[in-house]
Write a protein that binds this ligand. Structure first.
Ligand code: GLU
Length: 439
């Protein structure tokens, strides 16, 4: 039995796209569950547009996600082989040198064309079943610009065969290339690999996912502070679903459960809400020191150095979908009140909608100050000290001024949690300041 070999074949003409990462993952899982090999082939035949920076980004992104390849090579490195394959095709009469069909007069550079027998092609697709496509309309298509410059179809066929690729698992957008590639394989007497064309990844508006929908590269998701385990877990669900209810899967579990046969045919919608849900799940599993490390590049210095940082981190852990949300919270003034006395809008101290008369809010603040002066300062103690008063005078009328005086922000954790973090002295100071501001 030949051992299974799959490959991902990105062109280094852009950053690692989520779609490429998903396709890489499916190739990886299929190879690993069959004790086979997974190859990374950098398709750099387009010399002008291919860059080392993009190649490095693709490799870094795949490694970061944990999608490790067993072997990697570039197409440039296979040039000699491509040339031999071209020569063989010409010798066999399956390809010929012709002049490029250019409209304008003058130079008519030569190109190498495949002599298309125009027979219909039928191939086995694990996801789509048997697929038959006509080839007549393809004409004698160009396979190389010259003997040194093979084009995509020739290079793919030569490399897949040379490296014994058994399964070509790629995006559905590649399906129209398949008949041309099979024609070339047949002309060379190569075995046709088994195909699996994966569903496209679509934006919520059902159009192909692209830049205008937001982030599309893995590096952008990394920068936003998604955990690699979460992103990988999300990617596996783009077009495939495990049999049971459980959607949270480690890489090992994916290798065990993944099934190429049960990949869906229809497009897979990229749903950021779902990604966020999965990320929250993984964030929830981080212990204190892991969480601290996870957010360290996103959290302001003042919080890192805060004497109550553990308590603040616990709150942040509840509130964020991903690490960069912390920056957003900070920009919206939802972190600075932990370490800096907030500026208060006197009109908002009593409430943000129907505030009771000023005098009433002053009385509530004075009562709060008195009650808290005599209280121990754990969250529970604080709540116990003010709860019955708040019940009696209307929770909103009492607790809004308390919370707002401490945070100066339209949104913040509840006043008891805030007061505990700020400590007694600072809490009383801020309540007094609010009270004075109303006089
Ligand atoms: N370089 C091609 C792409 O990025 C690879 C397609 C294939 O897997 O054959 O779309």
């Amino acid at each position: 039995m030949t051992s299974i070999k799959t490959r991902i074949a990105p062109s280094p003409t852009g950053y690692l796209h989520v779609g490429t990462a998903r396709t890489a993952l499916f190739n990886y899982l299929f190879a690993k569950q069959n004790k086979g090999e997974f190859v990374l082939r950098i398709e750099d035949t387009d010399k002008e547009r291919s860059t080392k920076e993009f190649e490095d980004d693709i490799k870094e992104g795949l490694s970061w996600l944990g999608i490790e390849w067993d072997h990697t090579h570039t197409q440039q490195a296979e040039m000699e082989h491509h040339k031999k394959v071209l020569e063989e095709l010409i010798e066999k009469g399956a390809a010929y040198v012709s002049q490029e069909e250019v409209k304008k007069e003058g130079d008519r550079p030569e190109v190498i064309r495949f002599k298309n027998p125009k027979t219909p092609i039928t191939f086995k697709d694990i996801i789509r079943g048997e697929v038959t496509m006509e080839t007549e309309s393809l004409g004698d298509f160009v396979i190389a610009k010259d003997m040194e410059s093979p084009l995509y179809h020739l290079a793919v066929v030569a490399d897949d065969a040379n490296h014994n690729v058994t399964h070509v698992i790629r995006g559905e957008d590649g399906i129209s290339n398949t008949p041309r590639q099979i024609l070339i394989q047949q002309a060379l007497g190569y075995k046709t690999p088994i195909y699996a064309h994966l569903p496209l990844i679509l934006a919520p508006d059902k159009t192909k996912l692209s830049k205008r929908h937001g982030a599309v590269s893995i590096i952008e998701y990394k920068k936003m502070g998604y955990l690699k385990e979460a992103l990988l877990n999300y990617l596996v669900l783009l077009g495939w679903h495990p049999k049971g209810e459980e959607e949270i899967l480690s890489l090992e579990e994916m290798i065990k459960l993944f099934s190429l046969e049960s990949v869906q045919k229809g497009g897979a919608i990229f749903d950021t809400e779902k990604l966020n849900w999965i990320n929250r799940h993984y964030v929830g599993n981080l212990n204190e020191s892991e969480f601290e490390k996870y957010i360290q590049n996103y959290v302001p210095e003042e919080i890192i150095n805060h004497s109550k940082k553990e308590a603040i981190y616990e709150l942040l852990k509840e509130r964020i979908d991903k690490a960069s949300d912390i920056q957003e919270l900070h920009e919206n003034g939802e972190l600075s009140y932990y370490y800096k006395e907030p500026a208060l809008d006197t009109d908002l101290i009593g409430g943000n909608k129907k505030a009771p008369p000023k005098e009433e809010t002053i009385r509530h603040l004075e009562a709060l100050i008195e009650a808290l002066n005599n209280a121990e300062f754990t969250k529970e103690d604080i709540k116990n000290a003010v709860w019955s008063y708040a019940e009696e005078h209307g929770r909103g009328n009492v607790l809004w001024p308390m919370r707002y005086s401490l945070s100066g922000a339209p949104k913040s954790p509840d006043p008891f949690t805030l007061a505990e973090i700020l400590g007694k002295e600072e809490t009383i100071k801020r309540l007094t300041k609010a009270c004075n501001a109303l006089q």
